[in-house]
Design a protein around this ligand. Structure first.
Ligand SMILES: Cc1cc2nc3c(=O)[nH]c(=O)nc-3n(C[C@H](O)[C@H](O)[C@H](O)COP(=O)(O)OP(=O)(O)OC[C@H]3O[C@@H](n4cnc5c(N)ncnc54)[C@H](O)[C@@H]3O)c2cc1C
Length: 422
């Protein structure tokens, strides 16, 4: 098995997940990351993981790392909710996710801190990740493929995997007609410590909720709480991790989504301070609880994300080079499926490759089967995320009145307000 070498471009969620699985199966894996170090850039804060994302992690990570991941996710003892509200936190509808006291039922979605998850996934791969290596293209060769980097160097492997995210250089080359479309919406993401003067800034009825408040003119405000089930420092030491956790305090992650034309200045000028100021202004339309999250935010954690949606390839030739995750199926964040689908890809591709090797089948057969299966579920998620983004940007005045005025009023007659503090 050791003669099968795999070069992965991108040390993000899917690249690291695949690397673990293949390494455990005896493949020779090297990962090439364009960033100069693991946390050179802000990439977002908390990620909601669902059954597919967690199953992907469970299949790929060594059991000790998977247990450490579970220990550092949010608690699942209580039921949790995804609530859609109007801008005053009047509830339009909610989805309920049953709690799981055992903390082991992977059907119960949970929050994880992205940097913590990435730190866990870097464990054991330190000498396999090469930083400052920006992939620019890959060529097929008789017995594999060659991955080329921007510094002029290259590496040869039996397989090359493009896990190089939304602006993937390898996608541009392999699927030149599949540049993602602009979703015309940008998001300002921020992070705020959960406690202020020793008190939680999240009202008690919302403490296990993700909330999307629909505002005027296509604006929306999302937030959720990242609580660590076990203090990361204690969990890292209990599982004998070599690295220290990157963060230990609970926080609120919030995001303002708005049509890109509402942004005041060109994107080059949008540093975290300007973005934070703009977020403060935009949040004036929303309930004071939401405004407070922005007011108390760590300003330099404010970041911009431009929403994009992948185009499905009409045909995808099979070779020794393939793609995973955002590189091929980036989607808007509505629904929280991008990362989950990327982890699912990693587990699926690993499974197909391992099966091909153990049965003595050509690697191309595994890649063909992976590309077919992955395209089906991944592009279903892309379409669902696009449709949800559209539904949340209500422009029809009658629909807006029904959704954002009439429904919250009717619901308020039988429910307590969401902002009580008890
Ligand atoms: C703020 C935010 C919140 C999100 N929340 C959720 C959520 O709740 N649930 C969910 O499922 N998804 C969520 N997502 C989406 C999710 O983060 C992505 O879908 C996921 O990270 C994709 O994984 P990936 O491995 O494909 O790419 P990434 O994790 O983006 O990794 C790509 C890696 O490739 C590197 N790279 C880029 N170009 C090159 C190159 N040329 N050569 C080498 N390396 C390169 C990058 O530096 C990066 O390390 C969120 C995204 C953002 C931005």
């Amino acid at each position: 098995m050791s003669q099968i070498s795999v070069a992965i471009a991108g040390a993000g969620l899917s690249g690291l997940c695949l690397a673990h699985s293949l390494l455990r199966a005896g493949f020779d894996v090297q990962v090439y990351e364009s960033d100069p170090e693991p946390f050179a850039r802000r990439q977002g804060y908390r990620v909601t993981l669902d059954e597919y994302g967690m199953a992907g992690l469970q299949k790929c990570l060594p059991p000790r790392l998977f247990e450490l991941f579970l220990a550092t996710t949010s608690p699942t003892d209580e039921d949790s909710y995804f609530r859609v509200t109007n801008q005053d936190l009047g509830e339009v509808f909610k989805l309920t996710f049953k709690g799981d006291r055992s903390g082991t039922d992977l059907r119960t979605p949970r929050q994880t801190d992205r940097q913590t998850l990435r730190t866990i996934m870097l464990e054991g791969l330190q000498d396999r990740i090469h930083y400052g290596k920006k992939a620019v293209r890959a060529d097929t060769a008789a017995d594999g493929a060659t991955l080329h980097f921007s510094d002029g160097s290259y590496t040869h492997a039996s397989l090359v995997i493009g896990a190089d995210g939304v602006n993937s250089a390898l996608r541009k080359q392999l699927l030149p007609d599949c540049d993602p479309e602009d979703a015309n919406s940008w998001g300002i993401y921020g992070r705020t410590p959960l406690l202020h003067n020793g008190q939680s800034i999240v009202p008690a009825p919302l403490k296990t909720s993700g909330v999307y408040a629909i505002g005027k003119a296509g604006k929306g405000f999302f937030f959720t709480t990242m609580n660590f089930r076990e203090a990361p420092q204690a969990a890292f030491s209990r599982f004998g991790a070599e690295q220290l956790p990157p963060i230990s305090d609970d926080y609120v992650m919030w995001a303002l989504l708005l049509p890109k034309e509402l942004f005041p200045v060109s994107q080059e000028k949008l540093d975290s301070e300007i973005l934070h100021r703009f977020a403060l202004e935009t949040a004036l339309d929303f309930h004071p609880v939401l405004r407070r999250f922005v007011n108390l935010a760590d300003t330099d954690c404010t970041m911009l994300v431009k929403l994009k949606a992948a185009r499905k390839p009409s045909s995808w030739p099979v070779s020794r080079i393939t793609l995973m995750g955002d590189a091929v199926h980036v989607m808007p964040p509505t629904g929280s499926h991008g990362g989950n689908t990327a982890l699912r890809d990693a587990a699926l591709l690993a499974e197909k490759l391992k099966a091909a090797v153990s049965r003595g089948k050509p690697l191309e057969e595994a890649i063909a089967s992976y590309q077919t299966e992955m395209s089906q579920y991944a592009f279903r998620e892309v379409e669902a995320a696009k449709a949800m983004l559209k539904r949340f940007s209500i422009h029809n005045p009658f629909m807006s009145w029904v959704m954002l005025r009439a429904m919250p009023w009717i619901r308020s007659l039988k429910n307590k307000p969401l902002t009580t503090t008890e």
